[in-house]
Design a protein around this ligand. Structure first.
Ligand code: ZN
Length: 292
């Protein structure tokens, strides 16, 4: 059986076909322009494949409530053309197959829970730090949606005394995304992160802010593992620094077997940046089962 998966992002749309083992067998990338430009090649791609169902891991905010009139929509995004766009409806109309739908970060987490480093766990957080910051959450074995879905990239942070940067988020300034996403790194230091790999002070500050967020997630969600992905996390020197700051900030308050070893508790994404696409395969399989 073949399944389709769409990782819908703000800069590109990754479309792929895979099987029930999570293997990606074919893929294309379509630049994200307006829906009128971007959707036809996506529809054409999936129409040309014999897929039983499709999973969409989508940038947001999105509407995940099945009883809502705008279920399956990308909602209040500032991205031109995509505000209140019915992405599930547009694909359903053309493909007429079961379609699973969740946030991009929940998709990535689902990929890791099904085939990656979070198998057999019931509670985990997947944080992506790239152009933006977002977190997927699984709690008691289910993806957390709540009233909308978590927007854990926008939690407020305590600013370090030596940091005068005001933050890049137009809504909050000093939220995690505002202080630590790729655009914040570039604005604060005058260069993109990939050109700052030899500047330890950049990554020390970055780790300080990411660690604050992780401590908040640990205290509120009690995850069994935290997975860090996204472009910024390709800077591998961040991991030991983040673990060091998490240990300092936790200050031995909690004692669990998971927290005894932060090297296995705070880990990089494990599926070669295919976790979102693979999570989409799982969403497709879940949608097929639900409609059977
Ligand atoms: Zn914010």
């Amino acid at each position: 059986m073949l399944y389709g998966t769409l990782e819908a992002g703000g800069t590109k749309m990754l479309c792929a076909v895979g099987n029930e083992k999570g293997e990606i067998l074919d893929r294309i990338s379509v630049p994200t322009q307006t829906p009128e430009e971007t959707m036809p090649p996506i529809i054409e791609y999936f129409k040309s494949k014999e897929i039983a169902a499709l999973g969409i891991a989508c940038f947001g905010p999105i509407d995940l409530h099945k009883d809502s009139e705008t279920y399956g929509y990308i909602t209040s995004t500032p991205k031109p053309g995509w505000g209140y766009y019915d992405i599930v409806g547009a694909l359903k109309k053309e493909l007429n197959i079961p379609i699973g739908f969740d946030t991009d970060v929940n998709g990535s987490l689902l990929g890791e829970m099904t085939w990656g480093c979070a198998q057999s766990l019931t509670d985990a957080v997947y944080l992506t730090i790239g152009t933006g910051v977002g977190a997927g959450v699984m709690t008691n074995g289910k993806m957390l949606h709540g009233m909308l879905h978590p927007e854990a990239g926008h939690i407020l942070l305590k600013i370090r005394e030596d940091d005068n940067y005001k933050g890049h988020c137009p809504f909050h300034g000093n939220c995690l995304e505002g202080m630590a996403a790729g655009p914040a790194i570039q604005e604060r230091w005058g260069k993109p992160g990939k050109d700052l790999t030899d500047r330890p002070e950049v990554w020390d500050l970055e780790a300080y802010y990411i660690a604050q967020a992780l401590v908040d997630y640990i205290m509120v969600l009690s995850p069994q593992k935290i997975i860090l992905g996204g472009g910024v996390m390709h800077q591998e020197s961040l991991f030991p620094l983040i673990r060091k700051y998490v240990a300092e900030m936790m200050n031995s308050y909690l004692k669990t077997k998971e927290l005894e070893n932060l090297d296995t508790y705070i880990v990089p994404a494990s599926l070669n940046d295919d976790q979102g696409l693979m999570g989409g395969l799982k969403l497709a399989m879940m949608a097929e089962e639900e409609e059977a």
